[in-house]
Design a protein around this ligand. Structure first.
Ligand code: DX5
Ligand code: ZN
Length: 224
């Protein structure tokens, strides 16, 4: 497998100082900024939109990974592409036309991915593997930071790793496998061993005073 990527979730950052929070986690060694968009419709919580993405864009050259927990998806996906997103993922059950939404994101110049909730079937991947740059597996039910990792996710990670490896061996390309929810220093190695390469961590990183200490500890676990 290639490299491991650590993606702090801004959901647990100090929203009054977002630009600084973005710069600080990247300076502390993070690779990607995970940007959680909630609409109080698809999930029972409300967060940030394209204007905030545009506002943080000048604060980093690191990829901004926009996780859309919204329905409908298409218009917002297009707005986030304009606002400087690099990766845009959405939940398949939130779009009437998954293939069309993936195409729209890619046509706008972004990487595209699907997000599967803990109880969402892997069958959503069946006819779109060639259009995916990322598969995001939720290891909590979406809507809130600070929840406990659902251990059954590990079997799903193993199954998706196998699908990705089979697909890329046959057709080439690269598909990242990201895990989101309850990722901590003490479980990151196990999640990596199951096959994930990209790790979202909100409360584990932003909940500690020194981001570098946590990110270094995660990297040390990943190197074991
Ligand atoms: C949950 C979000 C996550 C969340 C993760 O719906 O998608 O990205 O911020 O937070 P932690 O790492 O605290 O579980
Ligand atoms: Zn997320």
């Amino acid at each position: 497998m290639s490299q491991f990527r650590i993606a702090p979730s801004l959901l647990s950052a100090d929203f009054a100082r977002l630009g600084e929070e973005v710069r600080d986690v990247i300076a502390a060694g993070a690779d990607i900024i995970h940007f959680d968009v909630m609409d109080n419709h698809y999930v029972p919580n409300l967060t940030i939109g394209p204007l905030v993405c545009e506002a943080i864009r000048p604060h980093t050259t690191a990829p901004i990974d926009v996780h859309l927990m919204v329905t409908p998806v298409d218009a917002l996906a297009a707005s986030f592409a304009k606002a400087g997103a690099d990766i845009i993922t959405f939940h398949p059950e939130a779009s009437h036309h998954i293939d069309r939404t993936l195409g729209l994101i890619k046509d706008a110049g972004c990487k595209a991915g699907l997000v599967l909730n803990p109880a969402t079937s892997l069958s959503h991947l069946d006819h779109v593997m060639d259009k995916l740059d990322m598969i995001l597996l939720m290891s909590v039910n979406p809507g809130f930071g600070g929840q406990k990792f659902i251990p059954q996710t590990l079997d799903k990670v193993r199954a998706v790793r196998q699908r990705i490896d089979e697909h890329t061996a046959k057709y080439g390309g690269e598909i990242w496998l990201e895990v989101d929810g309850g990722v901590k220093v003490d479980n990151i190695a196990e999640i990596a061993a199951a096959g994930a390469d990209t790790f979202v961590a909100g409360s584990a990183i932003y909940g500690q005073p020194d981001y570098k200490v946590v990110i270094d500890a995660m990297r040390a676990e990943l190197a074991k």
